[in-house]
Design a binder for this molecule. Structure first.
Ligand code: ADP
Length: 474
């Protein structure tokens, strides 16, 4: 089986969110099961020199975007046994940052078309192209509009995975002619409710549609979650599957992780206590071991449930807890959390920014990880925290519902609440505070969370079975 995974980010090369973890880990897990899986990414300016060092140029060609004819270089390198292709065009990608530019429509139309064009120039003929999110959503459409006539492209099947429906790649209608260069008969493929919508094109054209948890797959049928695409998704329900993401359990292993102050295991949590103390010192908190330390590592955006935290913050602090947050995003949230650090000196530590090393010190150093998301396609942070023996408090939505079970029921591994309501969240935190007062019970809970298997094994097998059945349809 030959799979080409097209993504706009992948660990360890470039990361802004969970998609990067998925692309980096899934490709490795598939390859470890003896199937050929290669990854294609844009060659961003932000990719470090260290990671560029092993790349070598293997091809150059031109890419047509309506009236434009743009250069594209292909560089390749191998990481942990997986071959990566990087598509190089400095005009589009040699910038600071990944997304949010005035010409994103053009940048990712270029990337999507270049992925297909590349197949004329490399020694790999994928049977399936697995596309991810709006940045690669034009691939299935471009394939059908321009490339089916080519022998190399004729039989390719496409899988499209929605990691987050909120970001659809929506632009003005002029993009269709002026950038995509779609002929008149094909323009309807990307048109949706008066806009050009890249994700809509993929949902319609792909052979199989997946999303990153079974619960999110159901939620997407509901207008509240689907950001305007529910009718289309209901229509395409027959080809939709929800597969829960995993995490790289080797990378995230408290027993060996060199990023931690001290390593530990489920049977000996003393290292975790050292991590907590070091984190308290680093974040300017009093080094009380008996204060419940609550942590968050998150993009500071609306759907992460930050309004609940904001609303309940003072009442949460009344229970004598400590709080640390690492995140960046909307300025209203950044300002709110900065202010809490001034209001609760020695009890609240806030770091605004993106810092992977600090995130690992937080996952290992806090007792409770708060993730009260309004919606959460899968969520990796709750799985990482459990792996480090840190108990999650989550709202049961999307992948949080599929990965966290409340200690009140069978095989509990965290604390959950259902209704999107600050009081319900607070009650749940208070329940955790009560349990924390009993160290033996808390250690037992931590052990249960650490014993959960969130590795890629199960998810990779599900993707492989999906790929296999897709190829059998030929
Ligand atoms: P999303 O993809 O919606 O951001 P996920 O929970 O699926 O949420 O994945 C987020 C990933 O990004 C996790 O690995 C988390 O640790 C990481 N992350 C989020 N914000 C930061 C930050 N400010 N600094 C470092 N890592 C972060």
């Amino acid at each position: 089986m030959k799979i080409l995974l097209a993504a706009s980010e992948a660990v360890p090369f470039i990361k802004s969110g969970g998609l990067a973890d998925v692309a980096g880990s899934l490709s490795k897990a598939i390859r470890n099961r003896s199937q050929a899986c290669r990854v294609v990414l844009p060659l961003y300016g932000d990719i470090s020199d260290e990671l560029r060092a092993g790349m070598k140029e293997i091809a150059r060609f031109q890419v047509q975007l309506a009236w434009r004819n743009q250069y594209c270089g292909v560089l390749e390198t191998t990481h942990k046994g997986v071959k990566y292709y990087f598509l190089d065009n400095e005009y589009y990608f040699k910038r600071r940052g990944l997304y949010g530019f005035f010409d994103d429509a053009e940048r990712f139309a270029f990337f999507s078309r270049a992925v297909l064009e590349m197949l004329h120039h490399i020694d790999f003929e994928p049977e399936i192209i697995h596309c991810n999110d709006w940045q690669t959503a034009l691939i299935p459409a471009y394939l059908d509009v321009f490339y089916r006539v080519s022998e190399k492209h004729r039989d390719i099947k496409t899988v499209f995975t929605i990691h987050n429906i909120q970001y659809q790649g929506t632009f003005g209608l002029q993009v269709i002619e002026d950038i995509l260069g779609f002929p008149e008969g094909a323009q309807g493929m990307v048109e949706y409710e008066g806009n050009c919508n890249y994700m809509k094109a993929a949902i319609e054209q792909c052979d199989v549609l997946t999303t990153v948890s079974p619960t999110y797959a159901q939620e997407l049928m509901d207008p509240w979650f689907a950001h305007g695409l529910h009718t289309l998704l209901q229509e395409k329900r027959h080809k939709m599957r929800g597969i829960l993401n995993g995490i790289d359990q080797k990378l995230y292993d408290p027993a060996t992780d060199p990023r931690l102050t001290k390593n530990y295991t489920a049977n000996d949590l003393s290292g975790k206590a050292a991590c907590k103390r070091a984190l308290q010192e680093e974040m300017g908190l009093k080094t009380h071991s008996n204060a419940l330390l609550i942590g968050m590592v998150t993009r500071l955006v609306d759907h992460k449930g930050l309004d609940l935290v904001q609303y309940a913050f003072s009442r949460m602090m009344e229970r004598g807890v400590q709080f640390v947050l690492l995140g960046s995003g909307d300025w209203q949230f950044e300002r709110f959390f900065r202010e809490t650090a001034d209001l609760y000196p020695g009890r609240v530590g806030i770091h605004i920014g993106f810092d992977e090393a600090l995130s690992m010190r937080i996952y290992s150093g806090v007792d409770l990880f708060l993730m009260p998301s309004r919606s959460e396609p899968c969520g990796l942070a709750q799985m990482i925290s459990m792996r480090y023996g840190t108990l999650p408090v989550v709202r049961s939505t999307g992948g949080l519902n599929d990965s966290v079970r409340d200690f009140g029921g069978e095989e509990g591994n965290g604390y959950t609440f259902l209704t999107y309501n600050a009081d319900d969240m607070l009650d749940t935190i208070y329940r955790a505070c009560d349990d924390f007062a009993d160290p033996a019970l808390w250690a037992e809970h931590s052990k249960a969370a650490m014993g959960c298997d969130f590795g890629w094994g199960r998810s990779a097998m599900e993707y492989l079975s999906l790929y296999t059945s897709l190829l059998q349809e030929k």
